[in-house]
Design a protein around this ligand. Sequence first.
Ligand code: ADP
Length: 368
Amino acid sequence: MASISLKNIHKLYPNGYAAVRDVSLDIKDGEFMILLGPSGCGKSTTLRMIAGLETISAGDLHIGEKRMNDIDPADRDIAIVFQNYALYPHMTVADNLSFGLRLRGVERAIITRRVAGIADMLGIGELLARKPAQLSGGQRQRVALGRALVREPKAFLLDEPLSNLDAKLRSSMRTELIKLHRSLGTTIVHVTHDQVEAMTMGERICIMRDGVIVQVGAPMEVYRNPADTFVAGFLASPPMNLLRGRLSGDRVSLGDVSLPLPQPLRDAFAAHAGEEVVVGLRPEDFHLSKDAARLASPVDVSSIATEVLGPEVILVGSLRGSDQAEVHIRCPRDFRSEPGATTTFFYDLSQLQLFDAKTTKALKRPAI
Ligand code: ADP
């Protein structure tokens, strides 16, 4: 097991493209860290630099105590699992699992024991004699994981390992990976563009955009306090509603809609009075009934469409009087509304987030 430390890491590809810029990240020994971001933001490049499959243009990489920049990938003692599995097609599952160990000259008896143990753990014991072509996508994924596991590396790097699986299998593999991490306690760095994977699997999430880190934190920390509008709009489905507004002393207005600020937020935002802001309203913070315990403000929402999902209904509507883009609101499963109809919701003001309209950065606020 080992910690992984990236200090001011840059990657400049030979064509001059700066894919990763000044990335610093400390991954703790035994931590499950997610690298999350849209396609092309530099996640895989970062992972491949840790693995040694890409050179590091500048900065320092340490695994444990050791500086690894110039160490051969084979000598880093970490395993990487790719999205496309990269199994050897002509080898059986057993040979795929044992290949790396055989290459290292590990004793035959040890190999047999480890392969059997891993196959058992992943539920692929029955498949050892098959070739990859005779396996389902999920089974291939398990073999690819198993091949990494038998090596008992100091850390696992997972590059979108679940993205080729169907939704149901992806969900069960998520749970298996979480259990695996719990039982092994090994450091895992998991790359994904899927915010559900990030929220459910990671102990911490590192969110990247255009080659830089935007925010690092525990899933709910990042969810509750997104550093900017990009993070706010990236996490959760539907994500936070982001609307143009203006801050006055004690209110924030969105067109003709005006939300009173609770005192702690008034104090926190006082320095920004008169400024243009982006108002962040999570879809689940609109309620159909007024709860005396909540600091709520009534808002009228005109219905555009409803998405009936089963456990809940998403109302797509517009705030009446705000002339603005759509809002998405999470409603109970029996909620219905005809297009054009108006519903009064009570917005929970304690959850309001504001962002600077120019820089897109969050305005600091206390938890209420
Ligand atoms: P992600 O994993 O977040 O989708 P990548 O790390 O694969 O992103 O790629 C980051 C950026 O670097 C992308 O814009 C990609 O096109 C570019 N890139 C990746 N590999 C190379 C390469 N060998 N040469 C030049 N640009 C590359």
